[in-house]
Every structure is written in C-alpha cells, then in structure tokens.
Design a protein around this ligand. Sequence first.
Ligand SMILES: [Mn+2]
Length: 273
Amino acid sequence: VQHNLHCIALGTKLGARSHTVWIGDGGNFPGQVHLRRALERYLDSLREIYAALPGGWRLFIEHKLYEPAFYSTVLNDWGTSYHCVRELGEQAFSLVDLGHHAPNVNIEMIVARLIQFGTLGGFHFNDSKYGDDDLDAGSIKPFQLFLIFNELVDAERDGLPGFAPAYMLDQSHNVTDPLESLMVSAAEVTRAYVQAHLVDRAELAEHQERNDALMARETLKQAFRTDVEPILAMARSRAGGAIDPVSTYRASGYRETAARARPASSRAGAGIV
Ligand SMILES: [Mn+2]
C-alpha cells in the first residue's frame, strides 16, 4: 500500500492520470493460502490505494493466471478482476494483459464482456506461445490481436458511453533490440486497428442473423487478409516518421552512438543476449 501511495504521489508530479496495480501474491501449494481471506486482504489494500487516487484518475487492476506462485494467484482472472472493480468504485477498471491467460483462452470474448459491463480499462499488449507474456505484440497470434481490435472498433463505432481504453506495450526484450521491438510492435497494434476498420459490419451482421458461420468468418478473414502496410507506411510518413522505421533506425547508427555515451555497467542484466 505504501509503495502504491508513493507511486501516486510521484505520478501527480509527472502529470499522470492513471495508476496500475499488478500484484504477484499467491501460493505454490494447496493450503498455503486461504483463498477467500487472501482476496479480502487484497481488496482491503486496494481500498486504501483507491482512496488516495486523485480526482479524474483511473485505477487499473491487472489480473494474471500465475507468477510468481504457480498454484494460486490472488487476482487470477477477469471475473475476479470484475468483482474487485465493482467493489472499489467508478474510478477502478480491469486491465487486460494479453499474456496473462491460460493458453487458448478466448481473450477477445473477455474484452467484449468487459466492454459490455463497462469495466474495460485498457491493455498491456504483448504475445505469448505458452506461459510467457513478454513477446512482441502480434508475433505469435496476429489473428487474435485482430479479433481483439475487432471488438474495440465495434465498440468505438457503437459509441458506447465511457469507452476509452488505455493502451500500452508491456514486453520484455531479451533477444532483440528493445527499440526495434517497440517499433515493430507499435506497427502491429496499428495494423490490427486498421484491419478491424475494414470489417464490413453490416455484412457480418447479416451473416450472423442467418447463422452463416462460414461467411461470417470469411467476412472477418477478408479484412484480416488485406495488406494495409501501404496505409501504415503513408500514415507514418504523414506524421513525420520513417516509412521503414527499423531500416531507418539501423542506418542512423543511433544504437552504436547511444551505447558509447552510456555509462559502462559492471553487472549483467536484462537486454540483448
Ligand atoms: Mn502487464
């Protein structure tokens, strides 16, 4: 609680408007943690943090299936997150980290549920094959990313009141240049957003009404298959950016220049290995 209050105080100085809590609290063995009491303690702590939230701020709570304990986690899924958000108040929202679910979970449906219930706060984008949550967005399951944005664009077009998700990349780059990964990930998120706008929603609704499963799916696939790279490149150019960010970044020599200016580190840490 004290750490979170300190973060809110620092955020106020920095002009922040939101605060995210992920808590790695859980048990490794059956019986280690009293499941109901643990959640009640979590809520008691969050209530103190929520009470310190400045007006206009949003509190995001981030669920995760496991880590660091593998048997149970106090805020383990979106249902628990929804309950906690409702307990806390109108400034609390659920945050969805794409990597924090069991393999094969239908994350786009979780997103749709949270939108429908008015508690979707935002995202931590990344990708995952099994239990990792640190890979570059869209690198493993680009269709899933598209389907998530399909739900977001659908909600945006419906003009749902209070619909204003916050977006963030939450990745850990161990085998790539972090800046290059961020560039590519940002492009992948944007690509999914643009492709989701290409979905013919009137046609999709007709297929859904007739329960034409094949054509409904193909309506989504048609948008997903469309190459929007020229649109993304032109948008980058118009915004004053590079048409091909990674090549431009590599040609600039920034990495080498920054490495020379950076103080030498004596200890090995996360980064390119
Ligand atoms: Mn996260």
